[in-house]
Design a protein around this ligand. Structure first.
Ligand code: ADP
Ligand code: MG
Length: 498
């Protein structure tokens, strides 16, 4: 069936006039006066100058000239409400709409007509068939993430290829559904035979189906200077301490396989004559952290990539690590993943890791912060820049977008934005993230848990979506403190009775 046909059939049934274009319009935005309250995220259909166009309600306003803010006595409001006859219009409903593009175009991306809709143009509810054509493509690359927020019968599918090639940012306040979306994408990608690696700082993905839990163990022989320095908490600007560490890291390579810490300490002691107190400081760090680092470093544990299972969700369990250590572990993994993918592309799949990978960095404002250097930040920037060519997509997840490195943010070609209330976060995201529209940012406080705006190349047009809930993901919800207390209290009192 042609689009024309589909469209006409459906349209005749759903031709509810929502309102009219009023005032000044631009090719990409306009104002409408509506018969009913508009819902943020609702899709509309407009025809003008031969174009058939899809639009999106960015802002919805209801007001009244009669019950105006100039009134000074609430009794006046009572009198007004009583005296107005039933059915008489008391309110006006206005909305700012974003014009998303002409639906006549056969390509996936919609093009915005060069001319604005003239005032007085009728605005309709978007027909379901049109929405389905745009939001529910059935290509092998498209996976379901949920349904349209204001049109629950329309399934929303995103293009996973674009996540791999253009990366993804998942931004929202705590508890709004970021990790649920990560779990959902990971599950769907693994169902396609894809490989996902999640750096699981809170240990919340370990129970997902088809998940391989990976201990965060690294082989000391494979560490870089940066990673070891980070593990030992040696600052970046402590040049002499880093020199000591570098010389030892290079020289103990051979015997490293058996007794890493003893070898390292012996070597550092040998540097005392040359480096004095700097060598002592490094030695102190090793002594202080040795016990703890044995959880992260294990001789002969091999290349981390050998532990990755193809076609599965791989959760690297960082839940017992300090921040610094988690930082070193993520950095090490990222560089190994990138190297393994490069090797594969360059050798035509003979060497390296054979299939594309999606890597997820939770708590990204900690590991990829603005205005501060971490081991992960360097590697993540490299992956964001180069990953595309080698089939390595990063998913950056954060509840504090304003704490995120702007360079990384600007390289995210796809976004899922859930509820964000803090104005600074909103401003920061609209400043550094290319696909974001300012009006939409202002409406984000109106979203509820699990409701997201999807922007960027993974969707044909901005999508307001209710994300599917992944029931298998257990952790992440808030703790019900009161019920635990009362359970404990009743247990205690029954003990007293006994
Ligand atoms: N799409 C959704 N639909 C319904 N409930 C959701 C959805 N996403 C999250 N939730 C609820 O919110 C809780 C917190 O979600 P989570 O993904 O852990 O938030 P975040 O990672 O943003 O802190 C979940 O335990 C779940 O109960
Ligand atoms: Mg989370």
């Amino acid at each position: 069936m042609s689009l024309q046909k589909l469209f006409e059939v459906d349209f005749s049934k759903e031709n509810e006039i929502v309102g009219y274009i009023v005032g000044e319009a631009k090719p990409y935005e306009a104002e409408i006066l509506a018969f009913r309250p508009l819902s943020m995220g609702e899709y509309l259909y407009i025809e003008y100058h031969g174009y058939r166009v899809l639009a999106f309600v960015a802002t919805s306003i209801t007001g009244s000239l009669v019950i105006s803010r100039d009134l000074v006595d609430p009794r006046d409001v009572e009198r007004l409400v009583k005296s107005i006859r039933v059915g008489e219009r008391l309110f006006y409903h206005r909305g700012r709409i974003k014009i998303l593009g002409s639906i006549d175009n056969s390509s996936m991306k919609l093009h915005i007509p060069p001319v604005p809709p003239p005032p007085g143009t009728e605005v309709y509810k978007a027909p379901k068939a049109v929405l389905e054509r745009i939001f529910t493509p059935s290509t092998p690359a498209h996976i379901r993430v949920g349904a349209l927020l204001r049109e629950p019968e329309v399934e929303v599918r995103i293009n996973v290829n674009k996540v791999v090639s253009r990366h993804l940012g998942i931004l929202a306040m705590t508890g709004m559904g970021k990790s649920n979306l990560v779990a959902l994408l990971s599950k769907r990608v693994s169902e396609l035979g894809g490989t996902v690696i999640i750096f699981d700082y809170h240990g919340e993905y370990l129970s997902l189906p088809n998940t391989v839990v990976i201990k965060p163990m690294l082989d000391p022989a494979r560490l870089t200077l940066d990673e070891l320095a980070r593990l030992l908490n040696i600052p970046r600007n402590a040049t002499r301490q880093r020199m000591v560490l570098k010389e030892c890291l290079d020289s103990i390579d051979v015997e490293v396989s058996k007794e890493f810490f003893n070898g390292l300490k012996r070597c550092i002691q040998g540097k005392a004559a040359r480096y004095g107190s700097s060598a002592q400081k490094v030695l102190d760090s090793v002594t202080v952290y040795e016990g703890f680092l044995k959880r992260v470093l294990k001789e002969s544990s091999g290349d981390v990539m050998e532990r990755v299972s193809i076609g599965s969700i791989n959760a690297v369990d960082l839940s017992e690590l300090h921040l610094n250590h988690a930082d070193a572990v993520i950095a090490h993994w990222l560089s190994r993943i990138l190297e393994a993918r490069k090797a594969s592309v360059w050798s035509n799949g003979v060497k390296g890791f054979p299939t594309p990978i999606i890597a997820v960095i939770e708590e990204a404002h900690i590991f990829i912060p603005a205005g501060e250097e971490t081991a992960t930040k360097q590697r993540a920037s490299m992956v964001a820049r180069e990953g595309r060519k080698f089939g390595l997509g990063v998913v950056v997840v954060s509840q504090r977008p304003r704490g995120l490195d702007p360079t990384i943010l600007s390289q995210l070609g796809n976004l899922a934005i859930l509820r964000i209330v803090h104005p600074e976060d909103q401003m920061y995201v609209s400043k550094y993230c290319e696909p974001v529209m300012q009006d939409v940012m202002e409406e984000l406080p109106g979203l509820n848990v699990g409701e997201a705006i999807l922007l960027g190349e993974w969707v044909a047009v901005p999508a307001a979506v209710k994300i599917d809930l992944v029931s298998e993901k257990v952790a992440g919800g808030d703790i019900d403190a009161v019920s635990i207390w009362s359970l404990y209290a009743s247990k205690k009192s029954s003990e007293v009775v006994l």
